[in-house]
Design a protein around this ligand. Structure first.
Ligand SMILES: NC(=O)c1ccc[n+]([C@@H]2O[C@H](COP(=O)([O-])OP(=O)(O)OC[C@H]3O[C@@H](n4cnc5c(N)ncnc54)[C@H](O)[C@@H]3O)[C@@H](O)[C@H]2O)c1
Length: 322
C-alpha cells in the first residue's frame, strides 16, 4: 500500500474537468503539495478557484509536452508522483486530427523519459475507453481489442501502448487507468469541444431543442467524475495496480436517448428533439467490465445516475452555466 499523504504530486491538465477534481481530492487527502501544469487549452481558472486558495497548491501555465519545462518543474517542486490528465478533447479530432492524436503521445513520451531517468517515482497514466472503439462484446474487459475510430482515440491508444510497454521493459512504477464517459460539475460547456450534458441543457434553456445523432440508441457507460477520482487515488495506493491497465466505469451501458431524457425531465422540457445523421466515426456501444477495478483497487462506483445527473445540472444552474 502506497500512501499519498505527504507526497508532492504533479497533475498534468489539472485545470481541466477531471484533473481539477483530482487536485481538490489530493489536497483533501493531505498531500505535501499539488502542482498543476496546464497550458489552458481548455482548462479554466474557475475550475481551480478553490484549490488556488490552498497554500499547498502550485500552478504552472505550461505545456506538458516540453521535456525541459517538465524536468525543471519536477526537480524544483521535488515531485514524487505524476497523474497524467492532460489531453485535448475528442471533438478536436474533427478540426485538427494531427494534434488531437499527437498531444497524447508527446505528453506520455515526455513523462516516460523523466520517469526513466528517475526525476520522479510513480506515473498514474489516464487512458480512455475510446481506445477500445465500439464494443465487440459487452461488457468490455481490459483484454478487449483496441480499435480507435478517431485520431483522439488513436492517440490515447498509442500512448497506452507506449506507457504499458515502457513499464514492462524498464520496470517502471506505472499504472494505467482507463475511464469510461465521465460527467459531473465543471465539464466543458462552451464552444465546439463542449460536452453533451451541458450543451443539451444550455440548448433547452435558450429555447432550442435537444440534438441527437443517429437513432440515439448508441450506448455509453457514464461514471460520475468523483468516482473516477477515487479510482485514480486507489490506483496510486494499491501496489497491485502497477503494470496494469484498469477500466473505471459504472458497469452499466446507457443509451443517449436515456441520457437526454434525464436532462429533459430535469429541465421540464416536453418538446421535440432534432435528429441529425449518425456520425460515421462515433463509437456505437461502450460498457465497462469493472471486475478488475473491483478486485485490484477495491473500487465500486458510489454515485447512481439519477442523483449524479441532478447534482451535475444543479451545479450548472448554480454557476449560471444554464
Ligand atoms: N471526460 C471524459 O469523459 C473522459 C473519459 C475517459 C478518459 N478521459 C481522460 O481523462 C483525462 C482528463 O480528461 P478531461 O475530460 O478532464 O479533459 P479536459 O479537456 O477537461 O482537461 C484536459 C486538460 O489538459 C489541458 N491540456 C491540454 N493540452 C495540454 C498540454 N499540452 N500541456 C498542458 N496542459 C494541456 C487542457 O487545458 C485541459 O485543462 C484525459 O486523459 C482524458 O483522455 C476523459
Amino acid at each position: 500500500m502506497a500512501q499519498i499523504e505527504g507526497k508532492n504530486v504533479l497533475v498534468t491538465g489539472g485545470a481541466g474537468f477531471i484533473g481539477s477534481h483530482l487536485c481538490d481530492a489530493l489536497l483533501a487527502n493531505g498531500v505535501g503539495k499539488v502542482v498543476c501544469v496546464d497550458n489552458f487549452f481548455l482548462g479554466k481558472m474557475e475550475n481551480i478557484a478553490e484549490a488556488m486558495t490552498n497554500d499547498n497548491f502550485v500552478l504552472y501555465r505550461d505545456d506538458c509536452r516540453q521535456f525541459g519545462v517538465m524536468q525543471s518543474i519536477i526537480e524544483r517542486e521535488e515531485i514524487e508522483v505524476v497523474f497524467n490528465m492532460a489531453t485535448i478533447a475528442l471533438n478536436y479530432s474533427f478540426f485538427n486530427p494531427f494534434d488531437a492524436y499527437l498531444v497524447n503521445v508527446q505528453i506520455a513520451n515526455t513523462l516516460l523519459e523523466l520517469l526513466k531517468v528517475g526525476a520522479y517515482k510513480t506515473l498514474i497514466h489516464t487512458s480512455s475507453s475510446e481506445a477500445y472503439g465500439t464494443a465487440q462484446y459487452s461488457p468490455m474487459d481490459e483484454n478487449h481489442p483496441t480499435d480507435p475510430t478517431t485520431p483522439y482515440a488513436a492517440g490515447k491508444a498509442a500512448a497506452d501502448l507506449m506507457v504499458h510497454s515502457f513499464s514492462k521493459v524498464l520496470d517502471l512504477d506505472i499504472s494505467i487507468i482507463r475511464p469510461f464517459n465521465n460527467y459531473g460539475p465543471r465539464q466543458n460547456a462552451e464552444g465546439p469541444l463542449a460536452a453533451i450534458i451541458p450543451v443539451t441543457a444550455k440548448r433547452i434553456k435558450h429555447g432550442g431543442r435537444p440534438v441527437i445523432h443517429g437513432d440515439g440508441e448508441q450506448t455509453r457507460d457514464f461514471i460520475y467524475v468523483k468516482d473516477t477520482v477515487r479510482g485514480l487515488l486507489l490506483a496510486y495506493e494499491k501496489k497491485e495496480a502497477r503494470g496494469k491497465i484498469i477500466n473505471l466505469g459504472s458497469g452499466k451501458g446507457m443509451t443517449m436517448n436515456h441520457l437526454l431524457q434525464g436532462i429533459c425531465d430535469y429541465m421540464g422540457y416536453k418538446g421535440k428533439w432534432d435528429h441529425l445523421p449518425e456520425r460515421t466515426s462515433d463509437v456505437r456501444n461502450l460498457c465497462a467490465d469493472i471486475r478488475l477495478a473491483e478486485k485490484i483497487l477495491g473500487f465500486e462506483p458510489k454515485m447512481c445516475f439519477d442523483r449524479g445527473i441532478k447534482e451535475t445540472l444543479d451545479w450548472y444552474k448554480n454557476n449560471s452555466v444554464i
